[in-house]
Write a protein that binds this ligand. Structure first.
Ligand code: F0G
Length: 459
């Protein structure tokens, strides 16, 4: 069989950022100093940074040109008008507000519609979404599709909402108690898995039947459009942008961290159909973010975002983006690394419990992989398991998370194919180590979001 042709990057490099090469013994020292928590490493000590795809992408020459012509007027800036017109077109919504990032938009929206006794339903709430909802006293309920439970099946839309459970929750809790239904697209906490148009339509129909507000968290909407076009036959000839518009048009509110598919390093958007809600959001925005025509951003940030929101739908870019993430997952799987399947849009998730069958969950197999990837290859990534989500019972015994995963998130337009091949090669060392490496215990942890600052000790 003829070998598939290499998918080379659809861009060339005009400016470079040197990376510092370090030795394993150097990394051993700084990792120990960081308490075996890569969040506490200096970025200069990291070679390939796969911690997140958020705000870590590279802007294009056109976006940088936009930075130079950004209008820094406090009110009515040209750059705001540019951004507003692009978001209006993408969402079909009349009321648009800028924010400095996604969670700022979440805090405003959920602060208004949340509150004690309110319930939110979602295909899966992302951490900051859940935190902003729970902060108001409301409850956030995840209803991921049943097909997502099998991490190895080929089901193409594991980001979907479980429709039967959704209807049951609405009926049991009473629609008057449900503040909103949130569709996270793609479904980040469920492995960056896509949501189908069919599922979106069914969710919209249920919301309409029960008069519920539908929020779309579209921070990876272009990546989701790619999956719809290539996996839902009726959309095979639609443009990615038209697919995103069709999804967004179903929402009452659209919320986005532009640090992902906005292709910028900072920025967010809050858009809606209701004038009344817009007026309420405006008041909060002015208190915490800034005036309605900049919302915590510089004019140049808005200019770059307006350009990024168009570039992200370029078919060559999107094909490269999804294929290159998939490539990493396919190569790892071929080596025998247990990978969440199918590969999502922005990241590859490795099942660390399967990889280290000798390390009990109480010794955090995900943290073992995170540390070994840094030690062996200078690669930084994040544990998504019992360090992040584990709780303790009355006897101080760990109640583990559902899965012990490690996320390798791929920044947009930053690393070349040889960087990715390097990551794949480092896994050879990891596979050799699996039965020789030890687990960790936590020696210091804060009361909330411990994964950011906890310190560990090797057992
Ligand atoms: N919604 C989703 C689905 C996200 O993935 C994120 C951020 C946010 C909202 C919040 O946006 O960071 O701009 O305030 N996700 C990042 C990540 C942090 O690493 O997955 P933000």
């Amino acid at each position: 069989m003829k070998k598939e042709r290499t998918l080379a990057e659809p861009f060339r490099i005009k400016m470079v950022e040197p990376l510092r090469m370090t030795s394993e013994s150097y990394r051993d020292g700084v990792l120990r100093e960081a308490g075996y928590n890569p969040f506490l490493l200096k970025s200069d000590d990291v070679y390939i940074d796969l911690l997140t795809d958020s705000g870590t992408g590279a802007m294009s020459d056109r976006q940088w040109a936009g930075v130079m012509v950004g209008d820094e007027s406090y009110a009515g800036a040209r750059s705001w008008q540019h951004l507003e017109s692009v978001v209006k077109e993408l969402t079909g919504m009349p009321y648009i507000l800028p924010t400095h990032q996604g969670r700022a938009a979440e805090r405003i929206l959920y602060g208004l519609i949340g509150g004690k006794n309110k319930v939110f339903l979602s295909n899966t709430h992302f951490d900051t979404t859940r935190a902003n909802i729970e902060f108001t006293g409301a409850q956030a309920i995840d209803l991921p599709a049943a097909e997502a439970a099998d991490t190895q099946s080929d089901f193409p839309f594991k980001g979907n909402m479980d429709l039967l459970k959704m209807e049951r929750e609405i009926i049991n809790r009473g629609s008057e108690n449900i503040a909103a239904v949130i569709m996270t697209i793609t479904n980040n906490s469920a492995g960056g898995q896509p949501v189908s148009m069919e599922n979106m339509r069914a969710v919209r129909a249920l919301c309409s039947a029960h008069k519920l507000m539908l929020v779309v968290d579209g921070c990876r909407m272009a990546e989701n459009s790619y999956f719809i076009r290539h996996r839902e036959p009726a959309y095979a000839n639609k443009s990615y942008e038209a697919i995103a518009r069709e999804v967004n048009a179903m929402a009452d509110v659209f919320i986005m961290s532009a640090k992902k598919d906005g292709l910028v390093n900072i920025g967010g958007v809050l858009a809606m159909k209701s004038e009344q809600l817009y007026r309420q959001c405006t008041n909060l925005l002015i208190i915490s973010e800034g005036f309605t025509t900049y919302g915590g951003l510089a004019g140049r940030d808005m200019e770059a975002m307006a350009i990024g929101l168009r570039e992200v739908f370029d078919p060559d870019y999107l094909h490269y983006r999804i294929r290159s993430t998939m490539y990493l997952g396919e190569q790892l799987r071929a080596k025998g690394v247990p990978v969440l399947w199918p590969v999502g849009g922005h990241a590859v998730y490795v099942d660390a419990k399967k990889l280290y069958s000798n390390i009990p969950v109480e010794q955090f197999p995900g943290q073992v992989l995170v540390c070994d990837l840094y030690l062996k290859g200078g690669i930084r990534c994040v544990e998504v398991g019992s360090v992040m989500f584990g709780k303790y019972d009355k006897n101080n015994c760990l109640i583990p998370a559902q899965h012990e995963l490690v996320r390798l998130a791929v920044p947009r337009r930053v690393y070349t194919q040889s960087h990715i091949d390097y990551v794949v090669d480092v896994f050879d060392d990891i596979l050799e180590l699996t039965d020789k490496t030890n687990g960790y215990r936590i020696v210091e942890e804060p009361p909330f979001l411990r994964h950011f600052t906890a310190r560990f000790e090797k057992i």
